[in-house]
Design a protein around this ligand. Structure first.
Ligand SMILES: O=P(O)(O)OC[C@H]1O[C@](O)(CO)[C@@H](O)[C@@H]1O
Length: 439
C-alpha cells in the first residue's frame, strides 16, 4: 500500500507553546480560503492547486509519444531553461535516476544522456557542452514561460545554430521541442514560424510551480521516469493537503510552524538532506520559497545544507553561530542500495564495531545525532519524510511543498505568486548591454 509524506516537529516543540500554534489555526484557515477561492493576492496563478486532477490528458499523451521518440533516437538531450523552467526536472532526475546516469552505458540508461543549459551565462560551460555534443545525436527542449528570459534565449540561439549547422534547418526543426506560453512571447512566435513541436506552460501556473506541467514532465519522461506515478503521487497529495485545519493537513502545519518560528526571530530556514541526490531538490525548494516569500522587506531566507558533508563545514555555524536558524530535514527512509561495512582482520581503523552495519543505518544515526545536537544548540528541527525515493513520492513531495508555500506566503502577507524584484537586475543588465527600449 502507498504511504504518505509525513511531517513531524517533535524537535521544535521546546521553541513555542501549543497555544501559540493553535493561535495560528484561524490565520491558516483564512489563507486556505484565499488560496482555494483565488481571492488572495496572485489568485490568477493558482492553477497548480487542482492541476494533478485536471491536467490536459491529451497533451500528456502527446508528451509521452514525443519522449518515447527522443529516448529511441537521441544520444543526448539538452534541457534549456532557468529557475522554475529547469529546477523541477533537474531535482527529479537527480533524486530518482542513478547518481552516475550520464556515464552509464546506453543500454543500461535506456535513453539519452541529459544535459542542462541556459541556467547561467558561463562561456566555459556552454563551449564545453557544445564540444561534448559534437559527435552525438542531439535533441533540444527549450523551456521558457515568458519566452523572453535572457539566459535560456541566448543558450537556445547557440544550440539552435549548432543543430542547424549540423543537420540543416529542416532536420533541426524536428529536433527542437519548445515548452512555452500557449500564445505569447518571442519563443512561441519562433516555434510557430519554425514549426517546432510545442508544449504549453499554463497561464495560471507560475514558473516555480510548474514542475508537474510539461515543463518538468517532458525531461522526466525522456529520462525514463514514470511520470504516471509522479502525477499519481501529486494527486494523492492533493487529498493529503486538502483540509484547512493545521492538525489535519501536514503541509499547513509546516507552513504555520515556519511562520511561527519566523515571528520568533528564526528568520533563516535550512533545508537539510542526507543524500547528494537531494541537492537539486534543495535548489528547487529554495526558488519556490525564496521567490514566493522574499518581498516587501519580509520573508524567511531559504538556505540549504547537504549532510553529513556540510556537518564538516557549516555544522559549526549551525551548532554555535547566530541563533536565527531553524532546519527542515528531508529524510528518505530507505535506499534500494544495501552497502554494509566489511569486517577487517586487523581492525587498524577501529571500525570493526560497525561490521555488518549498513551505510543507511549509519546515515540515520548521523541524522538523529545532528538533529538532537542542533536542537540542544537552539536550532528548532522540523522533519519531512518519505518512505523511499520513487517517482510516486517525488510527486507527493512536490505538491506538499507547493501547497505549504502558497499558504505560507499568504500567512506572511505577501503575494506568493509574483516576483517583481527579479526585474531590477535585468533592467540594469539590459541597460549596460545597450538593449534598445530599456528605460
Ligand atoms: O520560464 P521563464 O519565463 O524563462 O522564466 C524563468 C525564471 O525566471 C524568472 O521569471 C525570474 O526572472 C523566474 O520566476 C522563472 O522561474
Amino acid at each position: 500500500m502507498k504511504k504518505r509524506v509525513t511531517f513531524d516537529y517533535i524537535q521544535a516543540e521546546q521553541f513555542f507553546t501549543e497555544r501559540e500554534l493553535e493561535q495560528m489555526a484561524p490565520q491558516v484557515r483564512k489563507a486556505h480560503e484565499m488560496l482555494h477561492t483565488g481571492a488572495g493576492p496572485g489568485g490568477e496563478y493558482t492553477g497548480w492547486v487542482e492541476w494533478p486532477h485536471v491536467y490536459d490528458r491529451g497533451e500528456y499523451g502527446r508528451l509521452k509519444q514525443v519522449s518515447a521518440k527522443i529516448r529511441e533516437k537521441a544520444d543526448a538531450f539538452v534541457v534549456i531553461g532557468v529557475g522554475g523552467s529547469y529546477l523541477g526536472a533537474r531535482a527529479a532526475l537527480e533524486m530518482l535516476k542513478p547518481a552516475f546516469y550520464n556515464q552509464l552505458p546506453r543500454a543500461q540508461r535506456g535513453g539519452p544522456e541529459i544535459y542542462f543549459a541556459g541556467h547561467q551565462l558561463s562561456a566555459s560551460y556552454t563551449a564545453q557542452l557544445l564540444r561534448l555534443l559534437q559527435d552525438k545525436e542531439v535533441y533540444v527542449n527549450v523551456i521558457s514561460k515568458s519566452g523572453t528570459t535572457l539566459e535560456p534565449a541566448l543558450a537556445f540561439r547557440l544550440f539552435r545554430a549548432f543543430l542547424e549547422k549540423r543537420y540543416g534547418k529542416k532536420e533541426a526543426r524536428n529536433r527542437i521541442i519548445a515548452t512555452t506560453d500557449k500564445a505569447r512571447g518571442a519563443l512561441k512566435q519562433l516555434a510557430d514560424e519554425e514549426g517546432y513541436e510545442t508544449f504549453v506552460v499554463p497561464d495560471s501556473i507560475g514558473g516555480r510551480y510548474s514542475v508537474l506541467t510539461p515543463v518538468g514532465l517532458l525531461p522526466m519522461a525522456v529520462a525514463g521516469l514514470d511520470t504516471d506515478q509522479i502525477m499519481e503521487g501529486a494527486a494523492d497529495a492533493v487529498s493529503l493537503c486538502s483540509k484547512s485545519d493545521i492538525y489535519a493537513n501536514p503541509s499547513y502545519l509546516y507552513a504555520a510552524l515556519r511562520n511561527l518560528l519566523y515571528n520568533k526571530g528564526k528568520t533563516i530556514e535550512l533545508f537539510v538532506g542526507y543524500e547528494p541526490s537531494l541537492l537539486y531538490m534543495a535548489e528547487w525548494w529554495k526558488q519556490l520559497f525564496g521567490e514566493s516569500e522574499g518581498k516587501g522587506g519580509k520573508g524567511l531566507f531559504p538556505a540549504s545544507l547537504n549532510f553529513s558533508t556540510d556537518l564538516h563545514s557549516l555544522g559549526q555555524y549551525v551548532q554555535d553561530g547566530r541563533r536565527d536558524l531553524f532546519a527542515t530535514t528531508l529524510w528518505i527512509e530507505g535506499t534500494r542500495e544495501r552497502v554494509a561495512v566489511p569486517e577487517m582482520e586487523n581492525d587498524l581503523d577501529g571500525l570493526n564495531y560497525l561490521a555488518g552495519v549498513t551505510l543507511d543505518e549509519i546515515n540515520a544515526k548521523a541524522c538523529a545525532g545532528a538533529m538532537l545536537a542542533h536542537t540542544e544548540g537552539g536550532v528548532p528541527n522540523l522533519k519531512v519524510a518519505v518512505p523511499e525515493a520513487t517517482p510516486y513520492y517525488f510527486g507527493q513531495l512536490v505538491y506538499f511543498f507547493e501547497k505549504a508555500c502558497g499558504i505560507s506566503g499568504h500567512l506572511l502577507g505577501v503575494n506568493p505568486f509574483d516576483q517583481p524584484g527579479v526585474e531590477a537586475y535585468k533592467r540594469n543588465m539590459f541597460r549596460l548591454l545597450g538593449k534598445p527600449s530599456v528605460t
